[in-house]
Write a protein that binds this ligand. Structure first.
Ligand code: ADP
Ligand code: MG
Length: 820
């Protein structure tokens, strides 16, 4: 049977390359007539369709894929919820299962460290409100995620004296002790509601202490002691049971239930004191974990709070203070010195220094003048500026970054995936062992039933994998947060982990190792009448390009006050140059190589070629210009290397990155000159974009894990092929921000060693957490099965290890950079 295949970019078919939507797409398409097989290729994700050309045509297949993709996109949606109630750390997995089993839910992801639940659902079957109701019913308090910071401002504007019911503002995000806490009786005064969880823990502890101390040392009447214990039970179990018991009815079993069962068991056995102590320890642990994780989350929430809520809008000749969400594009606002810039915009008048640290992490002020871009959230230090609004508050760079960071923090890293897979086997195994432990020893007459039951209960507590479940996501949360505070946007735990194990870092030259600010140094006349004609033609065409070379050429023409000609629209020949036409004559403009490879372009004479080689030998980047059949001449340009490049490369090799490679489209000599200064180990020049991609692939195969770092102009294929694609200048170019795996917000390479070091530190903290939690679990399993265990300290160890891994993860929030 004949078979043909067609590959389609996944991103054209479904939004954000969502894996689950792609799988769905695959499933739907594979049953269509004429389609034999559908599979996905990875990086870049493509949908590969194998079809029978006798039955369907290529265009029909493509149309089908797009149409189904479109349907899917409309039909399958994502909704994120903020998790408000506290649960034992091993509850995520059971909730994920429960949610995935719901009708209309394709996929659910619960990240407790980030307090986010995200659900992909079928719009025809269910909706976000319905899902929220189902969550509530099963004891999970959540709210629909409010993303952009301006939503939050919006609420501030309209509800200035927000009360506890206004739960979309940031105080609502400090969940756990938040007022939306579902189990808080609503008749209580607000200050009690706000501190509800802590008050319960304190009450539980106090009642337990009175009961136990009185009973042990002061002959407190038995009944009074019992009363105290009962009160401690109520305080300690209230919060857990309101969330855990409804969950149990939905088939969710986790440590919360286990603790309740253990406390109940202790009560039945007459060990009220032990049960009360257990509940106290457990709820204290919960509260502690939440407090710690909130700190990690607030680390970046704080950046969002930097956004001003109002701006001074300039109208005719007055200034009106206006809420930022009422501003419109192209309006002009005035930013006084000392104020924060309220919107992303371009300076119209004024020169000033700006502190851009909230976005780029660099503490040194940057001076800016008319035409320069300013970002919302940065601080104007010197003089008043008039700024024309280019992006509304909702899509300002800062709010997009914040949204990306919070999405990145939710994503599962490979290690988390691994531990989840481990626990999904481990937990059922332990349940079976527990049953055996309860039944077998008494049946064989080895021990009393009471004894074996107690040991079994201890085993359950000992082996509940809370610390294991929280150790990795808490580190990812803190690591990505700390990176963001320092101007490095990491798009997920995967990349956070990968950055630390790089063997190769490949650099683009122009705009990455160098500033990408070319200077026009030489003009070689060939068939042009004079220098003016050469520059005029070049600039008239390059006006339409944003390549660094083009910018330099137009700038020179502007300096000489040339009146540019009208040129037809530009065609990019990536890695070579551009073509267009002026006054009916075709123009080619680019490297000498362009004139060798392009069949239609006029040929260069041997003599001219020699002249060009000489220019290149001097380290210049050469741009040859032709008009019609005439070779007008050539321009020689040079770029300035970045000062920080050299030191960055040195630090990377000290960090153990073995291969530092330059991949450039520029000529060998210009590349070599830069490479020699900076200490690169390998230079590959004259590469077309697809050759950069090939080089990336082969380096990966030979040398191992590779990061490609570029300015994103024409490095997209190589960036996508790399294990980690890093883009420069995320704050300036929206594309870089959206497409890269890691974005350096400042146009500054020196953040790279920081990112690598942070990743190493995160990996080592993750490893420590895994070792610690596995160690504690093993130890407690041994003590409980062998009969040495006691409920109180078993619970203390269990909760202690959970708290310890979270606290350990928080150390990432103070990471400053690698030390030598
Ligand atoms: P890099 O890999 O260093 O970023 P590019 O792939 O962007 O370099 O460009 C490679 C070469 O192609 C440049 O050195 C230049 O000779 C030529 N070129 C690309 N775009 C243009 C343009 N707009 N105008 C002139 N020359 C260009
Ligand atoms: Mg480039």
């Amino acid at each position: 049977m004949p078979e043909s295949s067609l590959q389609l970019e996944a991103s054209l078919l479904v939004k954000d390359d969502c894996e689950h939507c792609l799988e769905q797409l695959q499933r739907v398409l594979s049953v269509r007539a004429g389609i034999e097989r559908v599979h996905l290729t990875s990086s870049p994700p493509k949908l590969c369709l194998h079809y029978d050309p006798n039955l369907v045509s290529v265009t029909a297949v493509e149309r089908m894929a797009r149409q189904v993709g479109g349907e899917l996109q409309g039909r399958f949606q994502h909704q994120r919820y903020r998790l408000l109630s506290t649960h034992a750390a091993d509850f995520s997995q059971s909730l994920e299962h429960q949610l995935s089993d719901l009708v209309g839910v394709l996929h659910a992801n619960v990240n407790q460290a980030a307090s986010v639940i995200s659900i992909a659902y079928d719009r025809d079957c269910t909706d976000p409100e319905k899902l929220l109701a189902i969550l509530r019913e099963s004891g999970v308090e959540a709210e629909i995620f409010q993303t952009a910071c301006c939503d939050h401002h919006h609420h501030h504007e309209h509800k200035p004296e927000h009360t506890c019911s206004g739960n979309h503002d940031h105080s609502g995000h400090k969940h756990g002790v938040g007022c939306e806490h579902g189990s808080v009786p609503s008749f209580l005064p607000p200050w009690v509601q706000e501190r509800w969880q802590v008050l319960l823990v304190v009450a539980c502890g106090v009642f337990f202490a009175i009961g136990w101390v009185g009973d042990t040392f002061f002959q407190l009447p038995q009944n009074v002691a019992l009363g105290c214990y009962i009160l401690a039970y109520i305080a300690g179990a209230y919060d857990i049971s309101t969330h855990a018991i409804p969950g149990l009815f939905k088939g969710r079993f986790n440590t919360d239930i286990l603790m309740l069962a253990a406390a109940a068991g202790a009560a039945v056995l007459g060990e009220m004191a032990e049960g009360a102590f257990l509940l106290f320890l457990f709820s204290l642990g919960h509260a502690g974990e939440h407090y710690a994780l909130d700190r990690a989350r607030n680390a970046i929430d704080a950046l969002g709070e930097l956004m001003p809520r109002t701006a001074f809008l300039k109208l005719e000749d007055e200034l009106v203070e206006t809420p930022v969400n009422e501003l419109q594009l192209e309006q002009t606002v005035v930013v006084r010195p000392g104020d924060r810039v309220p919107v992303d915009g371009a300076i119209v008048t004024g020169h000033s220094a700006l502190d851009q640290s909230p976005i780029t992490g660099e503490s040194a002020p940057v001076s800016k003048g008319p035409g320069d871009e300013v970002f919302a959230g940065t601080i104007n230090l010197e003089q008043a500026l008039e700024v024309r609004i280019v992006r509304l508050a909702a899509d300002s760079t800062l709010s997009r970054v914040l949204q990306m960071v919070s999405e990145a923090q939710e994503q599962k890293s490979p290690t988390q995936d691994l531990t989840q897979r481990f626990t999904s086997r481990f937990v059922p195994t332990v349940l079976v062992l527990t049953l055996l432990l309860i039944v077998v020893p008494p049946a064989l007459g080895w021990m009393e039933f009471e004894d074996s039951f107690y040991r079994a209960m201890l085993l359950l507590v000992a082996s509940s994998p809370c610390a294991l479940a929280l150790g990795t996501p808490a580190s990812v949360l803190a690591g990505i947060g700390q990176a963001a505070r320092n101007g490095v946007l990491i798009k997920g735990g995967l990349y956070l982990e990968k950055l630390g194990e790089l063997q190769v870092v490949a650099f683009d030259k122009t705009g990455t190792l160098t500033k990408g600010e070319f200077e026009l140094l030489d003009q070689v006349i060939h068939e042009a009448e004079n220098e003016e004609e050469l520059l005029l033609v070049a600039a008239s065409v390059e006006r339409q390009s944003n390549h660094p070379i083009a910018l330099a050429i137009t700038a020179s023409a502007h300096e000489r006050e040339l009146n540019l000609l009208a040129a037809a629209s530009l065609e990019n020949l990536p890695g070579l140059g551009v073509k267009s036409s002026v006054g009916g004559e075709r123009i080619w403009l680019g490297s000498p190589k362009l004139f060798r490879v392009d069949k239609e372009a006029p040929k260069l004479t041997a003599d001219f070629e020699r002249q060009m080689s000489e220019l290149e030998a001097a380290g210049k980047t050469v741009v040859v210009v032709s008009k019609g059949p005439r070779i007008l001449g050539a321009l020689g340009l040079a770029d300035t290397p970045r000062e920080e490049s050299e030191q960055t490369l040195r630090m990377l090799s000290r960090l153990g990155v073995k291969h530092l490679v330059m991949l450039t489209g520029d000529n060998e000599q210009a590349a070599g000159l830069v490479a020699k200064r900076m200490g690169l180990t390998d230079v590959r020049s004259g590469l077309m974009p697809e050759e950069k991609w090939e080089a990336t692939k082969s380096l990966q195969q030979e040398k191992g894990s590779l990061a490609m770092i570029g300015d994103g102009v024409n490095d997209a294929p190589a960036l996508a092929a790399a294990d980690v694609g890093i883009a420069m200048g995320g704050a300036g170019t929206a594309v870089a921000l959206e497409t890269a795996d890691v974005a350096l917000m400042a146009d500054d390479l020196s953040r790279l060693p920081f990112a690598v070091g942070l990743s190493r530190k995160s990996r080592s903290i993750i490893r420590q957490n895994l070792t610690l939690s596995m160690g504690v679990i093993l130890m407690l399993i041994l003590t409980s099965v062998s009969g040495y265990g006691e409920l109180s300290w078993t619970v203390a160890f269990h909760e202690g290890s959970t708290l310890l891994v979270v606290a350990n993860s928080l150390r990432l929030l103070s990471y400053k950079g690698p030390e030598f």
